[in-house]
Design a protein around this ligand. Structure first.
Ligand code: SF4
Length: 427
């Protein structure tokens, strides 16, 4: 038995309510089972019940065994003084309130549907990566889609929280925050941390001052990233080296400079080399004076997407890294990479801004953008495809990723509407 199963039984009232009585024999009538509380305090609030002839309004607390009340020290917590009913699988110890009265207790062990309990245990103990896989396709499409949409919004909310956290550190400076987040985005999975560190070591206001000369932006970024440690025969590198030497002294940048060893090249495709990504980031920063304001101005997806079709300086047309020229022309950043940047960085920024301003038009716009981005391709999405669950856009794939990671993998099927539909008792 788990407490979450008991929550589920109480929330949906899936137990035998005939002649419902407390463990001391008083008649119970449930008028309203209340609202599940996911924060601190009793499990259900706004409960209305009748015990004997008296109406009660308050909370319900749930435990597997009634002694859980004392184990969790609820007797010492004022938040539990308004508990009107203790719902337990079994009562092994009556609970006494501070004033000496006994807390009314309802036992569910002989009232729960045994078949339902068995189905739940079978579901959560299934070792498949998606435990409900054999029943998934039988759940109606509306239920499945509403859960995927809900999971997508939870994921966006979580990403938005990260943006707001960084905004707080940056004392409400949206431009600086967007610059830092975009830097982390250009690092993709492998070089995210050094990219973020680089942006923190090189304030956006300095980059903006030199925006119109992209070589100076490159000098600042590459120099601060630790790529310009020595002059070589490479003419362009030497030009950047000299430029950075001057700018570094002017702005006293040396102390926050990164070390070249912080950048990872190993096992990366050349298109993902941090050197090329820094050049692309410099290209983006040179296009707009205020990158955050530019993002806010993008009202349609095409404009936003084309902002990230960044141009690099001539050198990076045939170099993935310094000193190594390649044959042919290096193409611009691929569509897949642009989409990853939009999904993981730009969309959360728009959502966080909308939420912080209480202006939901930005949230709606962000969701619309996501719906215009093609479905992501990865292992999780392929797993869902095996269940004939095929996403058509990135909003849906974001929902499927959240559902997989934070519900299916944690066996949180009782918090999932698909799980609730599967486990519904047969009437
Ligand atoms: S969390 Fe939902 S979708 Fe995932 S296995 Fe459980 S019931 Fe299925």
């Amino acid at each position: 038995m788990t407490e979450s199963f008991l929550h589920y039984l109480w929330q949906f009232q899936y137990f035998d309510k005939k002649e419902l009585i407390t463990t001391t024999g008083e008649l119970i009538t449930i008028l309203n089972q209340g609202i599940l509380n996911t924060d601190a305090g009793p499990d259900f609030s706004q409960v209305k019940i009748k015990i004997g002839a008296i109406d009660w309004a308050g909370s319900v607390e749930i435990h597997i065994q009634s002694s859980g009340w004392y184990e969790h020290k609820h007797q010492e917590d004022a938040a539990y003084e308004n508990v009107v009913l203790h719902v337990v699988w079994e009562e092994n110890k009556p609970v006494q309130r501070k004033d000496g009265t006994w807390l009314p207790t309802l036992e569910l062990k002989d009232r729960a549907d045994k078949a339902l309990l068995k189905s739940y245990q079978k579901l959560v103990s299934n070792t498949a990566v998606i435990p409900c896989q054999s029943a998934f396709e039988n759940v109606n499409a509306v239920t499945r889609h509403s859960m995927i949409d809900k999971a997508a919004m939870i994921r966006l909310e979580e990403k938005s929280k990260q943006v707001l956290k960084l905004l707080e550190i940056n004392q409400g400076d949206w431009e600086e925050t967007a610059y830092q987040l975009l830097a982390a985005g250009f690092g993709f999975k492998v070089n995210k941390d050094p990219f973020l560190q680089l942006a923190k070591a090189l304030p956006y206001k300095l980059v903006r001052k030199h925006r119109t000369k992209v070589e100076q932006v490159e000098a600042l970024l590459f120099g601060q990233a630790g790529f310009l440690m020595a002059k070589t025969k490479d003419e362009y590198l030497t030009q950047l080296y000299n430029e950075f030497e001057f700018l570094s002294k002017k702005y006293s940048l040396a102390q926050n400079q990164l070390h070249p060893s912080q950048w990872k090249f190993l096992r990366l495709r050349p298109a993902n080399f941090p050197s090329l990504r820094i050049a692309q980031f410099a290209g983006l920063l040179s296009v707009k004076e205020n990158i955050f304001s530019a993002l806010l101005e993008m009202e349609n997806y095409k404009d936003l997407e084309s902002l990230f079709r960044v141009q690099t300086t001539h050198y990076w047309k045939d170099h993935y890294r310094f000193n190594k020229r390649v044959q042919g022309v290096i193409p611009e950043m691929g569509a897949d990479s642009r989409e990853v940047l939009l999904i993981n960085t730009v969309i959360p920024i728009l959502i966080a801004y909308g939420q912080s301003r209480d202006d939901w038009s930005y949230v709606d716009r962000a969701v619309e953008f996501l719906q215009q981005i093609p479905a992501e391709k990865n292992k999780i999405i392929r797993t869902w495809q095996q269940l004939n669950c095929v996403a058509t856009n990135a909003f849906e794939t974001q929902g499927l990723i959240e559902l997989y990671n934070n519900y299916c993998q944690r066996r949180a099927c009782l918090n999932c509407t698909i799980g609730s539909a599967i486990l519904k008792p047969v009437v």
